[in-house]
Design a protein around this ligand. Structure first.
Ligand SMILES: Cc1cc2nc3c(=O)[nH]c(=O)nc-3n(C[C@H](O)[C@H](O)[C@H](O)COP(=O)(O)OP(=O)(O)OC[C@H]3O[C@@H](n4cnc5c(N)ncnc54)[C@H](O)[C@@H]3O)c2cc1C
Length: 411
């Protein structure tokens, strides 16, 4: 069993409100944690805040694809893959209306989010960032030379503390449905019409039908359910479901059972009593990914349904790409004052769009096709007849996120 690193807060709430930070990062998922680490390496004083107590779970299929692993290796965090041990995933089994096909895919790994996110936060701390968990962060106001963030401890024990911290820049990395502003209108995101909701659970049982190394995906007109054996042998289940179908089925659990059954997969014995966590609507976009002294990164900036399992690669790519832009803005302000600050927001907008736009569009198209069971069944038959048909698509998911796509920033 691979142990989850015990990552601890490196500062206290009163101490963080006394300091003046170069960058305060809201959310310690892959985008926020990697940005914190990269900025700390650049010499910035970074505070990484998460409302959850770490290690924390997150609804996720937990598969890091080849492109995500490449990013980790490129930034010098290849030890995370090695520490995960025997977590390799290299096959994809898809089932629909009782038909199934198994395809080879590029090598990825299946790791719990408690493990992965703690490893990333630890890497940020090791590089000099400060970390504060169990603290909800809310942007209050922007002044001429700083941005003010309300920090509220969310610990169930003791008297809740609430203080303000100040930073030059804030990165909003709070994930899907994140609320980062005191004024809710500023968090406005548009959910795509008919967008599905996410749901997830983790089971401890071993079901021989779900061996390690394969992502098992059950597809149905009302959604899809992914099952994968994690590095610690637990079975992760993550789903994208039509909200109306969840209501009609009497809850997430019954609908997931129906989808697994209709794909012809084995029902895990303990699925019936599983504790499910749901998410906000999955396909969302934000009208702007920057503003007065803040940038938005990762899922908080926009997300598309998870069928292709790229979300963490997008989050890591954006965490890595935003860091040189923020570092450059900090240097420019130190040398020339705040004359050019608005340019950096535009830089981030362009870099993010170059990095992710095409990939998100392809993912959106695929998720639309998945709404048509006849097409899905046809696809399963065609792939069973000739598995090589999947090659161009599988290859496109693993294309590297070139540094030139995302290394913007004025020098
Ligand atoms: C059903 C499902 C299956 C998926 N499967 C996969 C998969 O197999 N592979 C893959 O690569 N991706 C998958 N994804 C996508 C992946 O989970 C996300 O894209 C990824 O976690 C985004 O990272 P992030 O850093 O942007 O945000 P998150 O990982 O969501 O982290 C955000 C953090 O911010 C914190 N936070 C939020 N608001 C505040 C606040 N105001 N103050 C302080 N902290 C705050 C939260 O506690 C959280 O820890 C899946 C998603 C879903 C829903």
């Amino acid at each position: 069993m691979v142990a989850v690193p015990e990552v601890r807060s490196t500062t206290s709430l009163p101490e963080s409100s006394r300091q003046f930070w170069d960058v305060l990062i809201i959310g310690a998922g892959p985008s926020g944690a990697l940005a914190a680490r990269q900025l700390a390496i650049e010499g910035a004083r970074v505070l990484l805040v998460d409302r959850a107590n770490f290690p924390r779970r997150k609804v996720c299929g937990c598969c890091l694809n080849g492109a995500a692993l490449r990013i980790l290796h490129e930034v010098g965090l290849g030890h995370i893959e090695r520490a995960a041990g025997s977590a390799v995933v290299n096959h994809f089994r898809m089932g629909s209306s009782g038909r199934q096909v198994t395809l080879p895919i590029h090598t990825g790994i299946a790791v719990s989010r408690e493990f992965l996110d703690s490893m990333l936060v630890q890497a940020a701390v090791d590089s000099g960032a400060d970390f504060l968990d169990g603290v909800l962060a809310t942007i209050e106001s922007t002044e001429a030379a700083s941005i003010s963030v309300r920090l509220k401890s969310s610990s169930p024990i003791g008297i809740p503390q609430e203080l303000s911290a100040h930073a030059r820049w804030v990165l909003i990395a709070g994930g899907l449905g994140c609320r980062a502003f005191a004024d809710p209108a500023r968090d406005e995101r548009a959910a795509a019409k008919g967008s599905r909701i996410g749901a997830g659970t983790i089971l401890s049982e071993s079901v021989s039908d779900y061996p390690p190394g394969t992502i098992h995906m059950a597809c149905h007109r009302s959604g899809y359910v992914g099952l994968v054996r994690l590095h610690d042998q637990r079975l992760d289940i993550a789903a994208a479901l039509d909200a109306a179908e969840v209501r009609d089925a009497g809850g997430i659990g019954p609908l997931v059972e129906r989808i697994i059954q209709s794909a012809g997969f084995t029902q895990p014995a303990t699925l019936n009593g599983a504790h499910w966590t749901g998410t906000a609507r999955l396909t969302q976009s934000r009208s702007s990914v920057y503003g007065d002294r803040y940038f938005v990164i990762g899922d908080a900036a926009g997300y598309v349904e998870p069928f292709t399992g790229e979300g963490m690669a997008w989050a890591l790519a954006s965490g890595r790409a935003v860091a040189p832009i923020v570092a450059s803005a900090l240097r420019s302000e130190a040398e020339h004052g705040d004359d050019f600050l608005s340019n950096y927001g535009q830089d981030w907008n362009q870099v993010r769009s170059r990095l992710l736009h095409k990939r998100a569009r392809a993912c959106r198209r695929l998720s639309r096709l998945l709404r048509y069971p006849a097409l899905v069944n046809l696809g399963v038959r065609a792939l069973a007849w000739n598995p090589a048909l999947s090659k161009p698509f599988v290859g496109s998911l693993n294309l590297p996120y070139n540094t030139s796509e995302g290394s913007g920033g004025r020098r």
